[in-house]
Design a protein around this ligand. Structure first.
Ligand code: SAM
Length: 230
């Protein structure tokens, strides 16, 4: 069988799986750079792509690869306690570990694609890039009874000091960090079955930062601090 090899690797704001949105487009401020590998990094392979607003990325779930294929999965959307067929889900546990995401293409360089609205981990190997073709890829009467609409969001508040920290790091990184944190946490990253005590602290890594929050109420997040990761 013909083997596949990455055309590049993604440098992403997401340095761990926790708090990555479940699909692309849910956090428009989630940005990354796809670094193309030889022979795709001379400009030839991306010629024309500057006329395209979005691309499909086909990639490897490199941190979820498994030897034994699963036939059933338990999607978080169904509360993690109902199983459906792997081919009825967008779970990361797949026979060949292949993911696909439509992401915004912000800038094209010979060896780099600047992307946003991503749902991919830092270091993800990208197997192929294809232009989004609206007339073919957007199906007006499509429906999906398992995932009919985007997941509900929850409110995100800030401790004033945490907001100030985020604003300063945003300037340093030149990234829309406040928006990124709000968009990711509004997706409510905690596992569906967990009703957190307000004293319980949660955290995730975005860029080079540790973001910490708690739930003062079950459906409300308060960001506590945004600090350089050690
Ligand atoms: N849009 C893609 C798809 O439908 O194939 C991915 C959907 S999957 C449900 C999204 C989750 O994959 C993210 O929340 C993150 O936890 C996980 N993820 C992203 N990149 C990954 C990687 N390289 N390896 C393992 N898991 C990854």
């Amino acid at each position: 069988m013909h083997s596949v090899a990455p055309v590049g690797y993604l440098r992403s704001c997401f340095r761990e799986k926790f708090a990555i949105p479940r699909q692309p487009q849910l956090a428009p401020a989630a940005r990354g750079v796809l670094e193309l590998l030889p022979p795709f990094n001379t400009g030839e392979a991306v010629a024309g792509l500057e006329q395209v607003s979005h691309v499909w990325l086909l990639f490897l779930f490199h941190q979820a690869l498994e030897d034994k294929p699963r036939l059933k999965v338990r999607p978080p959307r169904l509360g993690g306690n109902q199983s459906i067929g792997v081919f009825a889900s967008r779970s990361t546990h797949r026979p060949n570990g292949i993911g696909q995401s439509v992401v915004r293409l912000d800038k094209v360089e010979a060896a780099r694609l600047w992307l946003s609205g991503i749902d991919l981990l830092d270091g993800t190997p990208v197997l192929d890039i294809k232009p989004y073709v609206p007339y073919a890829d957007c199906v007006a009467d499509a429906h999906n009874g398992i995932a009919e609409a985007a997941p509900a969001t929850i409110a995100v508040d800030w401790q004033p000091a945490a907001l100030e920290q985020a604003r300063l790091h945003a300037l340093r990184l030149n990234e829309p960090l406040v928006e990124l944190i709000e968009q990711c946490l509004a997706q409510d990253p905690r596992p569906a079955y967990q009703v957190p005590a307000s004293s319980r602290r949660y955290g995730c890594r975005l860029w080079d930062l540790d973001v910490r929050w708690h739930y003062p109420q079950p459906e409300r997040i308060c960001v506590l601090e945004v600090l350089l990761a050690e």
